[in-house]
Design a protein. Sequence first.
Length: 210
Amino acid sequence: MLQFALTAGIFAVMPGADWAYAITAGLRTGSVVPPVLGLAGGYIVEVTVIAGGVGAVVSSHPDLLTVLTVVGATYIVWLGVTNLLELRRGVPALVSPAPAAGTGTGTGVPSDGLHQFLRGMGVSGINPKGLMLLLALLPQFLTPGGWHSGVQMALLGGIFVLEILVVYSGVAVLARSLLRSRPRLATAVTVCSGIFLTGFGTWMLLDALL
């Protein structure tokens, strides 16, 4: 378990599409909790799929995997383009002060909290690269003759999800504390995040179709 935690932690701190979304989430108004929980929720779905044996089925059917890749890549491209288009509204759309008391859902969660949660879940959950990474990583750390393999995978996957929560929360909070008071730098980072998401999704799309 310790070896897995260290190995999975390395993957958690490697910048990628998840990081780009976490940074963007940190620059937005409201809490960073919904988008970060969304990112973790996507990996919970993937771990559940793998522990249930569905991941092996998906990986053994190239056509199905291609469809998932195209869907995930298209979503990531859409998310990157959306981030870039939001800049047309100006920096305040991303770094304006938090809503006044009494706005939102009335439960202390911004009205777009569910939307941000689902966006984060889409970034990690619909990305087949994450599924294939976990599918290749988890079986290597199973203990022969121990608990059922599905239980072991669920436990190890839970460790990875906890690491994701810690790392991405730190990324989002750090982005907020360092960039929200620096509009120009925030704009530059947002542009880079949008370009990265768009480019990463486009590369996935071309890799799947060509």
